[in-house]
Structures are given as C-alpha cells and as structure tokens.
Design a protein around this ligand. Structure first.
Ligand SMILES: [Zn+2]
Length: 256
C-alpha cells in the first residue's frame, strides 16, 4: 500500500497524495490547486501517475490545468460530469489499476452532493470527496435526499476498518452539530474532545474509520432511535423512514 499524506489547500481543502516511496510515484486526489502539489512533488522528487477526481466542483479540479501542462498524467473523472482535461471517465464497477503504486481502486457512484459524484475505494480506504465527511456529509447541491441517503448507505456497506479520506477539514464543526442532534451520545463528546486537541496542535483530523463514523456521524445513523426522535422533534413531524430522517437532519444542518 502507498502511504497517504494530505496537502492542505485553499481554506480547508485537503489534496490527498498516495505515495509509493520505493519508486517515488504518486497519485493525486482532487487537486484544488496545482502549486502546492508541484512544490511537494519537486521537494520529494515524485512523479505523478494519476489524478483522481471525485466531482466537478472548482475546489476539487482547479489544479488540473497546471498539472497536465507540466506532467503527462491521466485524469480520472466521473463519467456524467464535465471536467476539463479528463482522460478517463469512470463509473460504478470500474477498477483503476495503478501498477506503479501497487494498488487497485474501485469506483462507486455516490450522487447527491453533485449529480455525478464518485468515490474511490479498496479494502482499506475510501476517498469520499464531499459526499461523506468526517462526522457529516456534503450539502445536496444537485441531488435529492433519497439519492444522497442511498449514496451514504453505500459507504456504510464498506468494512468498519475502512479509512475515510474526505475533501475538507470540517470535523470539529460537524461534531458540534452531531452533539446537538444526539446530546447523550458519549462517543460524539469523546471524539469532539480528541478532534479539538488535534486542531489546537494544527493536525488534520482525517482519516477517520467507518467504525467511528457509524458511532458518531448522524447522517449514518438515520435508523438510530435517538436520531429519529431528535429529527422528529426538530422538524415537528413524526418521521418514520430513514430517508425522511436524513432529509430532516440535512435541512437542520443547512440552517445550523
Ligand atoms: Zn464539492
């Protein structure tokens, strides 16, 4: 397995770098900017072998033009979204073999944040873009609650020890909302404490694990009694199915 490091970019984005230290090759996930990536590759003497894009938003693709101007590298992008300089369109079921990194990544279609968003995963990790966040999920810019909720169930079906790498450092704010939805969930309070310590020392709070997300991320807990109750009370309706619960807490978070 390659090792994975974040390059912080823009205000709170992370560009994920998958590095094989044996041969100095790297794959780049969601380069919002080119310069910090180029600087890092020069400093570490790395050669890019792939750019992987989760969705078309500018703060995930902004670095592509300058990267492809400097390096000959394939650009994998969601099949139903328009991303300039794409070389390979990907959709659910596709496998991306990155031989230089000794890794195969699978593609999941996860619409909701954008209509064509994808995630990349293997047996150890998942790059979720802005669909599933640590302790939260993305806004639904182009999708319905039903679509987004269905996409989140796909993440939930991955193994518990899967490492979650998402596109933004939002964990602390997300946990403060999670604690509002579930004030009596001790796992949320414990995680918030840990995350505050990490942020005070300037460290990333990502990756997380899906096991931790299932205990603390309200958007993955739409069947849990405390979340159903809280969403029902907040929305003033008796919510029965998990998609309704999801829609109610997503709306609640939008207004939070
Ligand atoms: Zn986005």
């Amino acid at each position: 397995m390659p090792h994975i490091i974040p390059i912080p970019a823009l205000k709170d984005n992370y560009i994920w770098m998958l590095i094989n230290s044996d041969n100095q090759h790297v794959a780049i996930v969601d380069p919002s900017e080119a310069q910090p990536v180029i600087d890092y590759m020069n400093q570490e003497n790395l050669t890019p072998v792939a750019i992987l894009i989760t969705h078309h938003h500018w703060d995930h693709v902004g670095g592509i033009p300058d990267l492809v101007a400097n390096y000959s590298v394939p650009v994998y992008t969601p099949a139903t979204e328009t991303v300039k300089f794409s070389t390979n369109l990907v959709t659910e079921g596709d496998k991306i073999e990155l031989t230089e990194l000794d890794i195969v990544l699978n593609v999941l279609d996860v619409p909701g944040h954008t209509a064509g968003a994808v995630a990349y995963y293997n047996e150890e990790l998942v790059f979720s873009g802005d669909t599933l966040f640590t302790a939260g999920c993305g806004r639904m810019f182009e999708g319905t609650p039903k679509q987004m909720h269905h996409s989140l169930t796909k993440f939930k079906s991955l193994p518990d020890n899967t490492l979650l790498y998402c596109g933004h450092e939002y964990t602390e704010a997300n946990l403060s909302f999670a604690g509002t939805v579930e004030p009596s969930n001790p796992d949320i309070q414990a995680r918030l404490h840990e995350v505050q310590k990490l942020r005070k020392s300037g460290k990333p709070t990502i990756p997380s694990t899906l096991a931790l997300e299932k205990k603390t991320n309200p958007f993955l807990r739409c069947e849990v009694d405390s979340v159903v109750q809280s969403a029902s009370t907040h929305s003033g309706q008796t919510l029965t199915d998990s998609t309704q619960v999801f829609a109610a807490i997503r709306q609640w978070k939008d207004d939070f």
